[in-house]
Design a protein around this ligand. Structure first.
Ligand SMILES: N[C@@H](CCC(=O)N[C@@H](CS)C(=O)NCC(=O)O)C(=O)O
Length: 215
């Protein structure tokens, strides 16, 4: 059985959990306690890879780390090339490129939010920051989405990632409604719906980390 190892929080692990749920793969959601004892004390040293980190996936003898790479491993394993915008025969597909672009853009957006939210003045200035910095990117993504159901037309992993980015924005910007229909659409995918209703860990960030953010 695939083991997904990550801290007991959403973070870099959540969209990978959503992918495994979407694919209805049986997996162990190995959650590490925030005190880090189990991870740093034992498992990190014993993980059979030159690049031990969280999240990781263990699948038999295969160990994969790096949050952008793990989904590719899973998607290739289950031959769902469509979920990374690829054609089965490897021939050129513009979606494969747009997928990679979106992944970078969305990661930057999330990193920027997390960096900004660690600055004490964020609490007072967050609306201004949203309008001056984040909204520009959201407008571009809106254009990409257009009238399609998902960012590349059909569902890909980047939608599950974008979903998680939007959930983060909801936490820091509860009053701003963005991509509401799209969010609902993702949440209504049967496997995702089931996961949210039954297993989703509502704890967003460690209690200890909450102190690091201003919202
Ligand atoms: N580039 C890596 C970064 C991973 C990373 O920074 N992981 C953090 C949590 S988000 C961590 O605590 N890693 C455990 C460690 O450094 O041993 C990825 O995208 O997976």
């Amino acid at each position: 059985m695939i083991i997904l190892g990550y801290w007991n929080l959403r973070g870099y692990g959540q969209s990978i959990r959503l992918l495994l749920e979407y694919l209805q793969v049986e997996y162990q959601d190995k959650l590490y306690h925030e005190n880090g004892e189990e991870w740093f004390g034992t498992d990190k040293k014993n993980l059979n890879t030159n690049f031990p980190n969280l999240p990781y996936v263990i699948d038999g003898d295969v160990v994969v780390t790096e949050s952008k790479v793990i989904p590719i491993y899973i998607i290739k394993k289950f031959k769902r090339f469509d979920l990374i915008g690829q054609n089965v025969d490897g021939s050129y597909n513009q979606n494969e490129i747009t997928y990679l672009q979106l992944q970078e853009i969305l990661k930057e957006l999330l990193d920027k939010l997390e960096a900004q939210a660690r600055i004490p003045s964020f609490k007072e200035e967050k609306e201004k920051i949203f309008n001056e910095q984040f909204n520009i990117t959201f407008e571009k993504i809106k254009k990409q989405l257009g009238n399609q159901e998902y960012l590349l037309g059909n569902l890909t992993y980047v939608d599950l990632y974008f979903y998680e980015v939007l959930r983060n924005f909801q936490l820091f910007y509860p009053k701003i409604q963005i991509f509401t229909e799209y969010l609902k659409r993702i949440e209504n995918i049967p496997q995702i719906k089931e996961y949210i209703q039954t297993k989703e860990n509502k704890t967003f960030i460690f209690d200890s980390m909450k102190d690091k953010y201003y919202y």
